[in-house]
Ligand binder design. Structure first.
Ligand code: ADP
Ligand code: ASP
Ligand code: MG
Length: 412
């Protein structure tokens, strides 16, 4: 007998009919004699609707602790609905089941509201259910703070709930059921030639996810790697098909230089012109942004040595652009820079692959490919297994398709 965590994303539970068919997947595993815990997202679109309700109450206090605390109460509620419905669907087909909310186990979190981190899941109630051959259905995305308030753990966070639950139950598998049948070389919605990957390494998947491949939430893959959780991505709509295994053992010598192409259309760029070139300036800017929970991504600094001035360019999520500009303006009198420029019609496109470590010329090939498409590169950033470029948003599709072709990702 194995212990399995099965997670169903928003599109997989988008209606009561779909919840009933997802319940049949659970029943099949249950009838095989396994201990089953299910994690559900809210119905597709629900979380966005709930966020819109909250945003109707935006005021000068909209970034305050009180606002964010009530945001979590409202926005976490979508998962309460689907956990109850999934439990009803299971009981209806003869699988004894019970729903749990984050606070009931509890799922203990720390960190800020809206973006809390799971510290620990107490699995005792679920283990008791296993003894009674009962399936537990856990509401994803939510937890409990040390002040006994409800928290949420960031968009797409039900993946992380599932991984943490699998770790705390010492589960044999954590199956992430979604609307695609695995991880592809790029977003199937973006390019037609994509190929499904039988397996992908944890570190490649972390880079893919963090560069925009939302099929798995980044922190869920990081948690899975640290906690050694066996994760598979599978399709709710063709559950008998093999999915993608996230694994440690990818033979880097065999691997292609590039495994996948990811993109994110949520990018804004800020340039501060003519900062004084002296120690502590960058520290001050990025500490001030971080104090406002703004996640800075790409950073480029150009020094004009003869003038003792520097220009600083960095990117932030589009949703944080105005907040970031406010932070920079508040530093103007202290820092005495000349001007701030910003641009928000941008995308980041990235190529990812462990094989890059052993093959020179991959970045050059990427840049040549984009140049042949007439695509201008605004900012570049790299890691050992990734090259990212910032480009005009309207060119995203062309860039993804051209890179997919030039690195022959559709070939075996
Ligand atoms: P869920 O609601 O199940 O959590 P998400 O919408 O969060 O599902 O993630 C699944 C989506 O991720 C797919 O529909 C697909 O468009 C997108 N996606 C982006 N990049 C990839 C990729 N490389 N492989 C598979 N899916 C991807
Ligand atoms: N419902 C939440 C969201 O849409 C969490 C999730 O689906 O994983 O972000
Ligand atoms: Mg998701």
């Amino acid at each position: 007998m194995s212990t399995l965590v099965l997670k169903f994303g928003g599109t997989s539970v988008a209606s009561t009919e779909l919840i009933k068919s997802a319940a049949k997947i659970v029943k099949k595993e249950y009838d095989n004699g396994h201990n089953i815990a299910v994690v559900v997202s809210a119905m597709a679109g629900t979380t966005n609707n709930l966020i819109n309700y909250v945003n109707d109450f935006h005021s000068s206090k909209s970034d305050s602790e009180e606002f964010n605390t009530e945001y979590d109460v409202v926005v976490s509620s979508g998962e309460q609905v689907t956990s109850g419905l999934m439990s009803l669907a299971l009981n209806e087909i003869g699988v004894p089941a019970i729903s749990w909310l984050g606070w009931q186990l509890p799922i203990i979190t720390n960190g800020p509201h809206r973006n809390a981190n799971i510290r620990k899941i107490i699995p005792d109630k679920i283990n008791e259910c296993f003894k009674e051959r009962k399936v537990s259905v856990l509401a994803g995305f939510q937890g409990l703070s040390s002040e006994s308030r409800i928290t949420t753990i960031g968009r797409g966070g039900s993946d992380n709930t599932a991984v943490f639950l699998a770790s705390s139950l010492k589960a044999d598998r954590c199956d992430i059921y979604t609307d695609v049948d695995g991880v592809y070389t790029s977003d199937p919605k973006m390019t037609g030639k994509v190929k499904k990957l039988d397996k992908i390494s944890y570190e490649e998947m972390i880079e893919m996810a963090s560069q925009g491949a939302k099929v798995l939430q980044t922190s869920s893959v990081e948690s899975a790697m640290i906690e050694n959780v066996n994760v598979q991505v599978r399709s709710t709509f063709s559950p008998d098909q093999e999915g993608t295994q996230i694994s440690f053992d990818v033979d880097e010598n065999q691997a292609k230089a590039v495994t996948g192409v990811a993109y994110s259309k949520d990018e804004a760029k800020i340039t501060i012109i003519d900062l004084v070139d002296q120690p502590g300036i960058a520290a001050k800017i990025f500490r001030s942004l971080s104090n406002q929970s703004i996640n800075v991504d790409m950073i480029v600094q150009n020094n004009f040595i003869e003038r003792k001035k520097t220009n600083m360019t960095f990117t932030v999520p589009m949703s944080d652009l105005n907040k970031s500009l406010d932070v920079i303006s508040s530093l103007k009198s202290e820092m005495n820079f000349l001007q701030v420029l910003s641009e928000d019609n941008l995308s980041k496109v990235s190529i990812i692959g462990s094989g890059m470590r052993n093959q020179p010329g991959i970045a050059a090939k990427m840049f040549e490919c984009l140049s042949a498409q007439g695509i201008n590169i605004e900012v570049i950033s790299t890691s050992e297994i990734k090259v990212s470029v910032l480009i005009e948003k309207s060119k995203t599709n062309d860039a993804v398709n051209a890179l997919h072709d030039v690195f022959e990702l559709d070939k075996p």
